[in-house]
Design a protein around this ligand. Structure first.
Ligand SMILES: CC(C)=CCC/C(C)=C/CC/C(C)=C/CC/C(C)=C/CC/C(C)=C/CC/C(C)=C/CC/C(C)=C/COP(=O)(O)OP(=O)(O)O
Ligand SMILES: O=P(O)(O)OC[C@@H](O)CO
Ligand SMILES: [Mg+2]
Length: 235
């Protein structure tokens, strides 16, 4: 299966909602009815079974596709349309490359819906992001080093998703262009980080297959909603 045929293969825009954060019913309805292609539930801290089930149940009132990005053992919750399992590529801490994932599979392996589950090769590039701190990511990478990580993920490991993660800050779009040009082996390129208006969303949509919009939902809902049409306006 190549990336386009995957269950997430048509997603151009997604909102990422954090189980740790509060969102009103009105805001959640606006997000779910915005025309976004999907909601990803995920966060790097404070994710529990309870807050994940709660958010999933609230999103389930709407028809939008909803996937879980599993980032803690506690947060592995059945009932989502699909699952992503992050693998951090730019860390030397094995725990975040295959350690936590293997432990998770020991515990939950027999319940995983494999047809709707995909690994994500994360390249974390904002040193101040919670995910960078937690995983000890080596964020100071030049373009050649990032391209090598992309080849590793896309060509050697054949991961279905390469995730360029700048969570909290808007990233280098010229680097994102290089990532897209390098990822010719079938991986879908996800970009997330610092998208807080339509213009930034459009810039990211030029190079990423899938644009992920997170924190701005909690800071400026109208700006968040404006990113949907901005991404979809880029073919
Ligand atoms: C029971 C059932 C149906 C199970 C199916 C689920 C499934 C497929 C399970 C597989 C097995 C399993 C449980 C695996 C667990 C794997 C695990 C714990 C992996 C570790 C993942 C990882 C590398 C985490 C590190 C942090 C990270 C990269 C998180 C990704 C998400 C992210 C970056 C969110 C942004 O976080 P945020 O908090 O918003 O950050 P900011 O503060 O910067 O905004
Ligand atoms: O929260 P922001 O900065 O929009 O980033 C989105 C997503 O990539 C976080 O994992
Ligand atoms: Mg966040």
């Amino acid at each position: 299966m190549n990336g386009t045929e995957a269950w997430y293969g048509s997603w151009r825009h997604v909102f990422k909602l954090d189980p740790e954060k509060d969102i009103s019913d009105e805001a959640l309805e606006a997000v779910c009815m915005s025309g976004t292609d999907a909601i990803i539930v995920g966060g790097s801290t404070g994710v529990t079974f309870e807050n994940t089930v709660d958010l999933m149940a609230r999103i389930r009132r709407f028809e939008v596709d909803c996937a879980l990005e599993v980032s803690t053992m506690d947060g592995a919750v059945p009932g989502f349309d699909g699952y992503f399992v992050p693998i951090v590529l730019n860390t030397d801490r094995a725990e975040w490359i295959n350690g936590a994932q293997t432990k998770g599979l020991q515990e939950y392996g027999s319940f995983v819906p494999w047809e709707e589950t995909a690994a994500q090769g994360y390249i974390i590039l904002n040193e101040d992001a919670a995910a960078a701190r937690i995983t000890g990511a080596c964020t100071a990478l030049d373009e050649d080093e990032v391209a090598a990580h992309v080849m590793m993920a896309d060509r050697l490991m054949r991961l279905p998703v390469v995730y360029i993660e700048y969570s909290g800050t808007f990233g280098d779009m010229s680097l994102l262009r290089t990532v897209r040009e390098t990822a010719q082996g079938g991986a879908r390129v996800f970009y997330g980080g610092g998208i807080d208006n339509a213009d930034k969303a459009q810039q990211a949509a030029e190079f990423a297959h899938t644009v992920v919009v997170g924190n701005v939902v909690y800071q400026d809902l109208a700006a968040a909603l404006s990113t949907v049409a901005a991404v979809h306006s880029r073919a």
